[in-house]
Design a protein around this ligand. Structure first.
Ligand code: C5P
Length: 395
């Protein structure tokens, strides 16, 4: 709940600005006070009257308003709230934030504020993917600005891709996360967990023994440190960790799509045991056993590598952590994996015993700096240690 919190809501120019009205309604229902700021672009899409009515406070629009300057002006507006939320954030406003331009009230507030800032971008997918926007977002993230979305989907124009403003309940969760206590408050971390199921036909699949216990424990440990966590999980029989957004998938292809949809993230932990191969063709009807006939061989196709894709992604999380489950040459294999996949850390574990599905784990943290050997620990403690290390790395 946001009871007693004071938020400054900056609405900039995007067709998605109408969703800012819904967000303001959710924020007030959650107990927050919302002071609205509307840019010139934002005012092309929502009226100051609508925003003012929903926020229950005067809308600030003009950097040069004498009335507002007399009341303390942009410095007061920048400092009085507990956090600043920019929703929607246009490509132009992101660029101005990245370069520190204070040419309008929103820009001046964003330059003068000392409060946490959450940005919810919304723009055409080509604008979002443009190297200029990618560079601006990287600069802002490195400065500790929190992001939510954009999401993948249909745009106002007949086009689709990443660029849709996050849905209001998702933005609300991200705003609540700004106030969670802990070293990862305001951070978004993506975790993959569990096995994947690769269908052979409607009733059969190829899978592995992963229980999801380690990955789920990592998601819970990150949330306990205040992070907003998106857990992309294959089919598992364990409970959802508390305080975590869970996206359920079956196949590696679905897991990849869900992880990309969850970007941007400050860190990603790929703990899922993703099937390396899938049946090249999933048969539409159940494969029949025919008496006296040898079964047809199964042809396999290579699955996408989610960890490697995230490590080389245009919107790569600042820290990417992989796992290496090995039965021999553990450290050497982990080092090679670090280089081959392009991730920052590899958590190496020996799975020749009963680690998969078991409750304890002996891991080694392999980074460019060297190898740390951790003792045999219950999986939640491995998770807590890893979460603490992630918090240090993002600090
Ligand atoms: O190559 P290998 O499967 O041993 O690598 C393990 C690491 O790579 C784990 O972090 C796992 O989550 C990740 N992985 C992945 N997508 C795949 C295969 C593995 O993300 N298709």
């Amino acid at each position: 709940m946001l009871t007693g919190r004071h938020l400054l809501l900056i609405v900039s120019g995007s067709i998605a600005a109408y969703k800012a009205l819904e967000l303001a309604r959710l924020l007030r229902r959650d107990g927050a006070r919302v002071t609205p700021v509307l840019t010139a672009g934002g005012a092309q899409f929502v009226t100051p009257h609508a925003l003012q009515a929903i926020c229950g406070e005067a809308v600030m629009q003009d950097l040069w308003s004498l009335e507002q300057e007399a009341a303390g002006g942009h410095i007061r507006l920048a400092r009085a709230p507990d956090a600043v939320v920019v929703a929607p954030a246009s490509a132009d406003l992101l660029a101005r934030m990245a370069t520190g331009l204070a040419s309008d009230l929103a820009g001046a507030i964003l330059l003068a504020t000392t409060r946490p800032v959450l940005v919810a971008p919304a723009m055409n997918p080509t604008m979002w993917a443009h190297p200029a926007t990618v560079a601006n977002v990287a600069v802002l993230r490195a400065r500790g600005i929190a992001f939510v979305g954009p999401e993948n989907g249909e745009m106002a124009e007949p086009e689709s891709g990443y660029g849709r403003l996050a849905e209001p309940p998702t933005m609300l969760a991200a705003i609540r996360a700004l106030f969670s206590a802990g070293p990862l408050a305001g951070r978004h971390v993506l975790v993959t967990s569990g096995p994947t199921h690769e269908p052979l036909d409607p009733v059969r699949y190829i899978a592995n023994r992963s229980s999801g216990r380690q990955g789920h424990a990592i998601a819970a440990a990150l949330a306990a440190l205040g992070a907003r966590v998106t857990l992309v999980s294959g089919p598992v029989a364990i409970a959802d960790p508390p305080g975590v957004t869970v996206v359920r998938v079956e196949t590696a292809a679905e897991m990849l799509a869900a992880t990309e949809a969850a970007l941007p993230a400050d860190a990603a932990v790929c703990a899922a045991a993703v099937a390396d191969f899938r049946p090249a063709t999933a048969v539409a009807g159940k494969i029949k056993k025919i008496a006296g006939m040898a079964p047809a061989p199964i042809t396999l196709a290579l699955n996408p590598d989610i960890l490697a894709t995230l490590s080389h992604h245009a919107r790569r999380p600042r820290l990417v952590v992989g796992f290496a489950a090995e039965t021999s040459d553990l450290i050497e294999n982990a080092r090679q994996k670090l280089a081959r996949k392009g991730c920052d850390w590899v958590v190496a574990n020996d799975v020749s015993g009963d680690v998969m599905g078991g409750s304890d784990n002996t891991v080694h943290l392999v980074t460019a700096a060297g190898v740390e050997d951790w003792p045999l620990l219950p999986k939640p403690q491995v998770a807590a240690r890893l979460a603490a290390r992630i918090a240090e790395a993002l600090a």
